[in-house]
Ligand binder design. Structure first.
Ligand code: GLU
Length: 480
């Protein structure tokens, strides 16, 4: 707990597309901060840019975060005491607040047409000046402006001071300052009655009693504008943490060009949510020790906002897969069986799948790998002669070796992997072959491929009858 303050943090996605892995990292940090301070996490939907709405966005936020195990306390579906939690349902609030600033003399109605603004911009560009609004309407007498506003299209703009400096002490970046001379009289309310991001975010963070703003670094540049809005209302600016972006391997913001970026894609690829959470937490945060395997609960105990790094974190799929391998071995076998259920064809016998788990889990980083690893248990295999022939041996020599293996396996009193191993070792010894040189054609004969789960266990799983039938068929292929 941070003193007597009840922590309230929020994540505020714009619903313009499916949940992005970079957003998840920021949401995760908010979640960890809320949990470790006994606080509340709020989901607020920032849909003021109505042209860019994507109907898939909200369901993907809910599905993706639930899948990852990240929950929150207030939001559009859960409700809460600070609702509504969707900005398009809060329009009267923004209008009232914009009006309040106009009434106080801190904001004004602007009637400039798009044509005038375009022209202004072009002239400023031609003179190589900073492009910005020239405050033309700031001079209109307030009573007259109010009268015009009742009939003419208009926006509301903030009166930005000519000079001065604003600053924050960011929890990640430390002290950051901005010169006001570079900031124009920003629009707060658009002509369609919708607020701009700058007005809506400040009004909502204040009204929703957000105590700490943790968001992506791309919003740092907007902070001076927000500070001015806070000031105009006479509100305190909450502490802020602008967390580094998730970058692609080329150092640019992670995007589609770099491969998968949507949570759904990772889910479909068979990544474990535990691995994704573990890995994502470390993109931009380091615990200061060698430890790196963390569950969500471990992260709640260990993660510290002060340890979040300034530099962007590089996305590394290989490392994510490595964490996948770690978590494959940490989950219980029953749990793994449950996760595999949706990934494997429904007709594959689940008791066979369950028996195969101890044999395949060591070789898995993503769930979908199970399909290839155990397909030989459910579908027939028909390897061709060239694949079957042993290293440095002829087809006939290989056939003869397989025949010996077949009879050795056929003669076993019990068919466990240890007995299978002993039998194949005895055959290799007898032949004077290296074990691997014998095992490879055996593997190809029974599983159809050269790579796969451990051989002796695979043969046990397949069962004597089918293993012998496949070996015999391989002998026929080699003979023909
Ligand atoms: N709506 C912004 C986004 O989509 C978030 C801005 C904020 O957190 O202040 O990322």
């Amino acid at each position: 707990m941070l003193g007597a303050v009840t922590v309230r943090v929020r994540f505020a996605p714009s619903p313009t597309g499916e949940l992005h892995i970079g957003s998840v990292r920021t949401i995760l940090y908010n979640y960890l901060f809320a949990k470790q301070n006994g606080g509340a996490l709020v989901l607020r939907i920032e849909d003021t840019d109505q042209a860019r709405l994507d109907p898939r966005a909200l369901p993907s936020i809910y599905d993706g975060l639930h899948w990852l195990g990240i929950g929150w306390d207030e939001g559009p579906r859960e409700g809460g005491p600070y609702g509504p939690y969707v900005q398009s349902e809060r329009l009267p609030l923004y209008r009232e607040h914009a009006q309040r600033l106009v009434d106080q003399g801190d904001a004004y109605f602007c009637f400039c047409s798009k044509e005038r603004l375009d022209q202004l911009r072009a002239q400023q560009q031609a003179r190589k000046e900073l492009t910005r609004y020239d405050r033309f309407c700031r001079r209109i007498e307030p009573a007259l402006a109010a009268e015009r506003a009742a009939r003419d299209p208009h926006v509301v703009r903030l009166k930005v001071p000519d000079a001065g400096v604003v600053a924050i002490d960011d929890l990640v970046h430390g002290k950051v300052e901005w010169q006001l001379a570079t900031i124009e009289d920003q629009v707060l309310l658009k002509s369609d009655g919708f607020p701009t991001y700058h007005l809506a975010v400040v009004v909502d963070d204040h009204l929703m009693e957000v105590t700490h703003i943790i968001r992506g670094e791309e919003w740092l540049a907007s902070v001076p504008k927000h500070i001015l809005v806070y000031r105009a209302f006479g509100w305190d600016v909450p502490p802020m943490a602008h967390v580094p972006l998730v970058l692609g391997p080329d150092g640019k913001k992670l995007s589609k060009r770099h491969g998968a970026t949507r949570v759904t894609e990772f889910r479909e690829q068979g990544h474990l949510p535990e691995a994704l959470v573990n890995y994502l937490a470390l993109v931009g945060w380091a615990p200061g020790t060698e430890d790196e395997v963390f569950s969500l609960d471990d992260l709640i105990a260990r993660w510290r906002i002060e340890q979040v790094q300034k530099a962007g974190g590089k996305w590394d799929v290989e490392r994510l897969r490595w964490f996948g391998g770690v978590w494959m071995r940490r989950l219980s076998e029953d749990e793994l069986a449950r996760r595999l259920d949706g990934v494997l064809p429904p007709e594959w016998d689940r008791s066979v799948v369950r028996a195969a788990i101890p044999v395949i889990r060591e070789r898995m980083e993503v769930l979908t790998q199970a399909r290839d690893l155990i397909a030989f248990l459910f579908t027939d295999v028909a390897p061709e002669a060239p694949l079957l022939v042993a290293k440095k041996r002829t087809a006939e020599e290989t056939r003869a070796a397989l025949a010996r293996a077949t009879s050795a396996l056929g003669a076993l009193p019990a068919f466990g992997h240890a007995q299978v191993e002993d039998a194949l070792k005895a055959v290799a010894m007898d032949l004077g072959w290296k074990q691997g040189d014998l095992n490879m054609p055996v593997r190809v004969a029974v599983t159809g491929t050269k790579v796969g789960p451990p051989l002796y266990e695979s043969i046990e799983l397949l069962g004597r009858e089918r293993a012998l039938a496949r070996l015999e068929r391989a002998e026929t292929v080699l003979a023909g």
